[in-house]
Design a protein around this ligand. Structure first.
Ligand SMILES: Cc1cc2nc3c(=O)[nH]c(=O)nc-3n(C[C@H](O)[C@H](O)[C@H](O)COP(=O)(O)O)c2cc1C
Ligand code: SF4
Ligand code: SF4
Length: 411
């Protein structure tokens, strides 16, 4: 069995149940612990206990990794009974007493609305840091993710400065405590945000993608419940993967716990292979519960076994080979595919003369005669016509061509 242990933070596995309704208060943290993740982030206190996800077009599509989005803010917002630091510390103590000792408890510190409210929030955050550390938290999480932070004070603050000064302030307040800095990849340039967090003492960074979104059906019948709520979904994963891989290729070497759109083990694997040691489970934990999380973890592990990855170290960042592919290899793959498109001829038996290929060719590389298409010597091999041909009269083995070029390279 693959070893899922995360050495840098001594976690039993890379999965972090992210701050959300699934981690609201001791009761829900203890419930989430049933799937035995590496860490659970206790949600902020005193800011209401609402939150459900509006999923479109369906949860089924989302679990298959197909394009689908979710947004926050379904369900009644209830007042949070844990509304003082004292009560919040009690929650931490209860969790530490009752939860399996090998699951880490990360505790959310501060809240963007404190900044919006004004007052002496910095003093309050420092006090929180000291008392939560004494109460037994294993780490702090600072939230600089959307939708909250991105809209606080109508964006009238400098995001980088906020990340830098808050991280520094908490680092100076509790010197030895791990500080996890959760960032929004879409708020600003993500690499710059990560660099600010690292320079000011973050232990790990958690890039995650949630936007302010506005999706609506034209008849408004299935329009998301509240326009502008945190908008995420399967489309987020490639964006976060890029952020992670760019950070790794630019020398960021502290642990990462990326998140966004992870509804199946494949997406979790992608984030890890892009270079993030850990993975946040957000909406999956809320909408699929502990069983869905446990299922994902099981499949993640068996995929590693089936593909010869013995431990997390060997898996983490493995896809960076692709990201930093030698220029010649990349060119070879691109050319090989282009040549195949260029050389492939129309299968006359399958051609129905619909003309879609000609319509989409911007180079006069294909024409029609007697209701049959034929290639001309103007074809540059861009591949557009192959994508629109409805009958397979234009077809190449794209997967095979790309795979064979890589196999040759690794010989
Ligand atoms: C209903 C809901 C409420 C959330 N509330 C918070 C929150 O209070 N603080 C926070 O930092 N992140 C919050 N998140 C974001 C998650 O912690 C996590 O970063 C994100 O959901 C990961 O993306 P995913 O949902 O696509 O997995 C929330 C997510 C959901 C689904
Ligand atoms: S591959 Fe591109 S250039 Fe060649 S025929 Fe098709 S659309 Fe035209
Ligand atoms: S799109 Fe395909 S079927 Fe239609 S004319 Fe072109 S080659 Fe023939």
């Amino acid at each position: 069995m693959a070893d899922l242990h995360i050495e840098a933070l001594d976690m039993i596995n890379p999965f972090v149940i992210a701050s959300s309704p699934a981690t609201q208060g001791a009761r829900n943290v203890l419930k989430s612990a049933a799937c035995r993740p590496g860490a659970i982030v206790l949600r902020n206190f005193g800011h209401g206990t609402g939150g459900g996800s509006f999923i479109y077009p369906s949860a089924d599509a989302m679990y298959k990794g197909e394009p689908a989005f979710h947004s926050h803010a379904v369900g009644t917002q209830l007042p949070d009974p844990v509304n003082s630091l004292e009560k919040y510390c009690e929650e931490v103590k209860t969790i530490k007493k009752q939860m399996d000792k090998d699951i880490k408890l990360w505790v959310s510190l501060g809240h963007y609305s404190d900044i919006v409210k004004g007052g002496d929030w910095e003093k309050e955050w420092k006090q929180q840091a000291r008392e939560l550390s004494n109460a037994g938290a294993d780490a702090f999480e600072l939230h600089f993710n959307t939708p909250g932070v991105a809209v606080a004070k109508d964006r009238q603050f400098n995001y980088y400065q906020l990340v830098a000064s808050c991280t520094k302030m908490i680092r100076e307040t509790v010197k030895d405590m791990p500080i996890m800095v959760k960032l929004a990849v879409e708020a600003c340039d993500p690499l710059t945000s990560i660099r600010h967090a690292v320079a000011n003492g973050a232990t790990a960074v958690g890039p995650t993608a949630r936007w302010k979104g506005f999706h609506f059906d034209l008849d408004w019948k299935q329009t998301q419940a509240r326009p502008g709520a945190g908008y995420g979904g399967t489309q987020a994963t490639p964006i976060v993967c890029y952020t992670v891989s760019e950070a790794r290729s630019k020398g960021i070497d502290i642990p990462m716990y990326a998140g966004g759109g992870v509804f199946s083990y494949e997406q979790a694997l992608r984030l890890v292979m892009a270079g993030s040691e850990m993975v946040q489970l957000g909406t999956l934990a809320c909408s699929g519960g502990t069983m869905a999380c446990a299922n994902l973890m099981r499949k993640f592990e068996s995929w590693m076994d089936d593909h010869g990855y013995a431990d997390m170290k060997s898996l983490t960042g493995d896809a960076l080979k692709l990201f930093s592919m030698d220029g010649e290899v990349a060119k070879n793959r691109q050319n090989r595919l282009g040549t195949a498109y260029k050389e492939a001829q129309v299968d006359i038996k399958k051609c129905i003369g619909c003309g879609r290929c000609k319509d989409v060719c911007w180079h006069e590389g294909i024409d029609l005669a007697d209701r049959k298409a034929f290639k001309t010597d103007q074809c540059i091999g861009c591949g557009y016509c192959f994508q629109v041909c409805p009958t397979g009269a234009l077809k190449i083995d794209q997967k095979g061509i790309l795979a064979s070029s890589l196999c040759e390279e690794s010989k």
